[in-house]
Structure formats: structure tokens, C-alpha cells
Design a protein around this ligand. Structure first.
Ligand code: R5P
Length: 290
């Protein structure tokens, strides 16, 4: 990779220095009428360029910046355009849950695929869509934070019960637990609304462990984590960690979770006070081979 261009990611610079690529921020601004402006600050003709974007805070505005940046790279004849979106948005609306709803995962993928040659992301929310290649027309590379999360648990937390708050989390929970040889359980969750979930764990479940680590791909409003924390407390588990690959942490999720008695940790796919688990090395490694 020759060049790393950064829209708003806090790990882009770190990755660029790891792979010894030229680094620059994209020049963007918003016109008075609300339209987006973007300018490529380096010569990109014939170069392989990675564009980093953190789709958090304002994903729709970032989408406009990504489209204009990657479109400009195409116009300026970059050799390869690789979008690095450690957190890939618009993945959860993967079905017409109610008649008439947009299946956003497909539409977003179609729009983005048109402007890039390759996409690199970390643990995207693959549920009904099993593989990104089902919806993205460009080359796709899915990385997993599981090895770094497992290493972090082993080094900094120690023997614990690993817990998945719903069946979708089993893919991360089972692999994490297996890597560090710790037991795991998966709860059953029913989502009522975007801010309300019901959850249960098996009545027969018993453990001698006094420490648990809940692992999920996304912590958004925190309601999923809060529910499982309350259930684990009823099972006399004293110390509870909540680890999310992507800490969206909207609507004061962090303070609500802390109030519920949990210690919250996330990767730095999105930068926030909890992002203690570093994924820059796995991204750097992948960028060297695309
Ligand atoms: C959805 O199924 C995801 O895996 C997460 O469980 C969900 O996005 C968490 O959302 P919230 O924090 O708003 O409960």
C-alpha cells in the first residue's frame, strides 16, 4: 500500500507508520447549503491508496465523505482504492422486518462497492447475510478481533466465564473461549424495540466462577449488555466485564453500564474511553497483502 488517507479514523496514522505508507488527512468541509466537499491532498495516479473511515457519530455524513473521496481517487486514476472501515455500518437492517422497510445492508453495499476496489473491515455484523461477498461487488476482507480480545483477556483479566448475550454473539464468544480454554454460555435475547430487549439464561445454569466477561460485536445503547449484567448478578457473579468489538456507546450507554456495575472494554475500531484493545496490527498486516 503506497498511501493512507484518513477521513476521521484515529488508528489510520498508526497503521500508516506500521506499513511505512505516506499519510495524509483528507480535506473536507461542508458547504453552506449542507453539501460535502472533499479534496485529495497527494498525487495518487498509479498508487495503491487506503482510505480510513470511522463510521461513528454521523454515519450518513461520513458516507458522503467516503463516496466523494473514493470517487475522486477514481477520477485521479489511483491504481487500487481500498476502504478500511474497521466498523462497518448499515449491517443490522439485513431484512425487511416490517413490510416496506429498506434492506439497508444491500443498498449501502451497492453504493459503496461502486466507488472502491476492496473493503477491509473487522467483525462485521453478519447474521442473515452470511458473507460480505453476497452484497458487496468489490473484493472484501473480513478480519476478526477475536485473537486480540482473547489475548487481552488472558493477559489482563484471567479465568472467567465467557458469556454471549444472544445467539448472534456465539460466533465471537465460542471462538474467544476456545482460544483461552475458558467455559462459555449463551443467553437467549428477544429484541422488542431498538431500546428494549428481553433476555434469559438457562434456569439450570450454575458456575463457581465469580468473574464473567460478556463478549458481543456491538455495544450501541447498552441495553443488551445491561440486561445480561443484571442476570449474571442474580447468579452471584461479582465482577463483570463487557467487551464489545465496536463501542458505539450511544445514549449514555457507558455511564449506564458502569452504573449497572460493569467494566466496559472495546477495541479501537471506534475511538472512545473504553477502547483499550488495539486492532491496528491486524489491519496493517492485511493492508500489506492487498
Ligand atoms: C445485535 O444483535 C448486536 O449483536 C448487538 O447485540 C446490539 O447491536 C447491541 O445493541 P444495544 O447495545 O443497543 O442493545
Amino acid at each position: 500500500m503506497n498511501i493512507v488517507l484518513n477521513i476521521n479514523s484515529l488508528i489510520a496514522k498508526k497503521v500508516a507508520s506500521k506499513i511505512k505508507a505516506k499519510y495524509s488527512k483528507i480535506e473536507t468541509k461542508i458547504f453552506p447549503d449542507g453539501e460535502t466537499y472533499a479534496k485529495i491532498p497527494l498525487k495518487v495516479k498509479g498508487k495503491k491508496v487506503a482510505v480510513f473511515a470511522d463510521f461513528m457519530k454521523n454515519p450518513n455524513e461520513i458516507m458522503a465523505k467516503v463516496l466523494l473521496t473514493c470517487g475522486a481517487l477514481k477520477q485521479q486514476k489511483a491504481k487500487k482504492i481500498v476502504l478500511v472501515a474497521p466498523y462497518l455500518p448499515y449491517m443490522r437492517q439485513d431484512k425487511e422486518f416490517k413490510k416496506g422497510e429498506a434492506v439497508s445492508v444491500k443498498i449501502f453495499a451497492q453504493i459503496i462497492s461502486g466507488q472502491i476496489d476492496a473493503l477491509i473491515t473487522v467483525d462485521p455484523h453478519l447474521h442473515r447475510v452470511k458473507k460480505l461477498s453476497q452484497v458487496y461487488k468489490c473484493e472484501t476482507h473480513v478480519l476478526s478481533a477475536v485473537p486480540v480480545i482473547a489475548k487481552y483477556i488472558q493477559k489482563k483479566i484471567g479465568k472467567s466465564l465467557i458469556v454471549g448475550p444472544d445467539i448472534e454473539s456465539k460466533q465471537w464468544v465460542s471462538k474467544t473461549a476456545k482460544k483461552i480454554k475458558m467455559p462459555f454460555i449463551i443467553a437467549k435475547k428477544k429484541r422488542i424495540t431498538g431500546r428494549k430487549v428481553e433476555m434469559r439464561i438457562s434456569k439450570n445454569f450454575k458456575t463457581d466462577l465469580k468473574q464473567a466477561i460478556v463478549v458481543d460485536d456491538i455495544i450501541s445503547t447498552g441495553h443488551t449488555m445491561i440486561k445480561i449484567v443484571k442476570l449474571l448478578k442474580k447468579k452471584k457473579i461479582k465482577r463483570i466485564y463487557c467487551i464489545g468489538v465496536h463501542g458505539l456507546l450511544v445514549e449514555k450507554a457507558l455511564s449506564k453500564l458502569r452504573k449497572a456495575g460493569a467494566k466496559v472494554l472495546t477495541t479501537n475500531s471506534i475511538q472512545n474511553p473504553t477502547s483499550k484493545i488495539d486492532i491496528s496490527q491486524i489491519i496493517a498486516q492485511k493492508l500489506e497483502s492487498v
